[in-house]
Design a protein. Structure first.
Ligand SMILES: [Zn+2]
Length: 263
């Protein structure tokens, strides 16, 4: 079981950067909780521990002390930026970072940029407490600028927060070599029954277009009655095929019954 430490920057009396109606502490908390939920739901053998899961203040030394004591395999500290020209994304490792910290930064940075797009400010090194005092490979991400209007507008969109979460999840999974859970492993209670599984998408669309299913609730359990309806649609189509009937005919049912008796 891998232990991933996610550190949401700031909190409580320390809002972090504040501008354009955004507080950094709120964005990074949402992102951190999103990373935990998605990593644990989608990947095998990974546990995500959080510096904070609510709006509380924590000293920097307490954050790294807890992560070190927990024996986390990696640490990612989540922040939003301020005070920099045109905005964009950048990431930080320690100035004399380990090989693994450099590798973690590279995987994270590329995965996040891939999802987020926009300005890439680069993979940087700086003497920051969170990446210096963490005993495990550690990276700090600066996810857009709250004081750049374009970036702030993006941070207000759920799809952008989602992209930031997704990028972190993919980067962490790539670094640790995590195995994705197959959809079948997910209990029915944890999946959205209205969304078809990735592997079933094409078939579901085809079978719906051909009128065997009505297209609703792809992930729901099937009853004997529903099986009967689908079987009956199949049976009618076979009979039509045998009779050489194309399209809808007014007396279809009668004709099919006749064919059925004859065969
Ligand atoms: Zn910050």
């Amino acid at each position: 079981m891998f232990k991933v430490w996610i550190d949401a920057g700031h909190g409580g009396k320390d809002p972090g950067a504040v501008a354009n109606g955004i507080q950094e502490k709120d964005i990074v908390l949402n992102v951190s909780i999103g990373i935990k939920n998605r990593l644990e739901a989608d990947y095998e053998k990974v546990q995500v521990l959080l510096s904070r899961s609510t709006d509380v203040f924590l000293e920097l030394r307490d954050r790294t002390a807890k992560a070190n004591a927990a024996g986390a395999d990696i640490l990612v500290s989540i922040h939003c930026n301020a005070g920099g020209g045109k905005g964009g994304f950048e990431s930080f490792r320690y100035t004399s970072a380990s090989e693994n910290s450099i590798k973690l930064q590279d995987k994270l940075h590329k995965a996040i940029m891939g999802k987020l797009g926009g300005i890439d400010r680069g993979q940087k090194a700086q003497n920051l407490h969170m990446v210096r005092e963490s005993k495990m490979p550690a990276v700090l991400t600066e996810n857009l600028f709250v004081d750049v209007v374009d970036d702030a507008d993006r941070l207000k969109q759920a799809s952008v927060i989602d992209a930031i979460i997704d990028g972190h999840v993919q980067g962490i999974a790539a670094y640790l070599g995590l195995v994705q859970k197959t959809k079948e492993d997910k209990p029915l209670s944890q999946r959205d029954i209205n969304v078809p599984s990735k592997w079933a998408e094409v078939t579901w669309e085809e079978v719906t277009a051909n009128g065997y299913f009505d297209g609703t609730r792809p992930g729901a359990m099937i009853t004997r009655e529903e099986t009967a309806i689908v079987t009956n649609r199949l049976r009618k189509n076979f009979l039509k095929l045998i009779a050489g009937i194309n399209g809808n005919v007014a007396d279809m049912d009668e004709r099919l019954k006749k064919i059925e008796k004859e065969n």
